[in-house]
Ligand binder design. Structure first.
Ligand code: TYM
Length: 333
């Protein structure tokens, strides 16, 4: 049985990195897999969130997933904290995962910064909850951007150690990361060495899915580039991370490849290319942005979708959690 699971944090606007690296691929996978998509609010509070904002961010993220093409009728779309199996399995995994494994997580090091002692325990245990998200459904495939690869490796290690420790070979599958398409790591518009991120203090560094045409045009016009024209071959992008990023975004949005984009635009100046890129971004994002705005006015609909999704997710998770509890030696009620 093949099953896709993935999630995104409701910590602010969805940006083009989330869309190209993950959500667009989720939409495509709906054709061939049974899919479960999750708004991971429990992951979000590993860093303090304003409660009122969190509540509205949860609804907005669900709305943007639907606006991007997630079908909540055919597949399951829900909010993590509304299905208690995630928290329950995460605790069991906290007792399976080793401190040494978590010490290696680069995202924790980045997010905790210099003052690691002040980071929440939840931020440290973040990957263990992520493993629980996936394995509470015995999901086999996990479409993510490149930045989540290390967390996925940890989920595989936890699954294997659980199976070994309790002598239940094959109980949990080894979930496979699906890192798809040309834009698996979209970079900041201001600095080609940093990934595009919700937490970047500069709004100019990212393209938000809610940006209007004027804002998009301004951000792309001001995006950092170098003075050279576009090269005609991918090898010419070596050492030019900002140029590479803009061309990769263009390729991803036009369902093309970097080579093809360069064969068409090689030799032109960035000013002209940026105009072409703006046209592509505006055309591709406008229908999604419009639908997001419409859904954001309909909290009742979003709440109903999430309630139904939680019910369906719970129905899949409960029998698996029951088996886990039995395996570990807990009393099942
Ligand atoms: P999050 O909310 O940071 O991001 C959601 C998805 O977007 C991808 N992504 C990117 N892809 C390309 N370029 C970028 N600049 C970029 N930024 C983000 C992420 O890789 C991700 O796929 N820990 C996860 C959420 C999570 C999860 C899970 C994912 C929780 N449980 C279980 C899969 C399975 C996260 O913080 O994603």
């Amino acid at each position: 049985m093949e099953r896709v699971f993935s999630g995104a944090q409701p910590t602010g606007n969805l940006h083009l990195g989330n869309y190209l690296g993950a959500i667009r691929n989720w939409v495509a996978l709906q054709k061939d897999f049974e899919c479960i998509f999750c708004v991971v609010d429990m992951h979000a509070i590993t860093v303090w969130q304003d409660p009122k904002e969190l509540r509205s961010n949860i609804r907005e993220l669900a709305a943007s997933m639907i606006a991007s093409g997630i079908d909540p009728e055919k597949h399951v779309l829900f909010n993590q904290s509304q299905v208690s199996a995630h928290a329950e399995l995460a605790w069991i995994f906290n007792c399976v995962a080793r401190i040494g494994w978590l010490n290696r997580m680069t995202q924790f090091k980045e997010k905790a910064g210099k003052h690691r002692e002040n980071a929440s325990l939840g931020l440290y245990a973040y990957p263990s909850l992520m493993a629980a998200d996936i394995l509470t459904y015995k999901a086999t495939h996990v479409p993510v951007g490149e930045d989540q690869k290390q967390h996925l490796e940890l989920a595989r290690d936890i699954a294997l150690k659980f199976n070994n420790d309790y002598e239940v070979e094959g109980f949990f599958p080894q979930p496979e990361p699906l890192i798809l398409g040309p834009a698996t790591r979209v970079m900041s518009l201001r600095d080609g060495s940093k990934k595009m991120s919700k937490s970047d203090p500069s709004e100019m560094a990212r393209i938000n899915m809610t940006d209007d045409a004027d804002t998009l045009s301004k951000k792309i016009r001001k995006a950092k580039t170098d003075p050279e024209p576009l090269p005609s071959e991918a090898a010419g992008l070596e050492g030019r991370p900002e140029a590479k990023n803009l061309i990769t975004i263009f390729a991803a949005l036009t369902n093309s490849t970097v080579d093809k984009v360069l064969s068409e635009h090689g030799g032109t100046q960035f000013s002209g290319f940026k105009q072409a890129l703006t046209d592509v971004v505006v055309t591709k994002l406008a229908p999604i942005t419009e639908e997001m705005a419409r859904l954001n006015n309909d909290n009742a609909y979003i709440d109903a979708v999430l309630a139904k999704g939680a019910e369906r997710a719970n129905a899949i998770a409960q029998p698996i959690l029951r088996d886990v509890k039995e395996t570990v030696g807990f009393l099942n009620s």
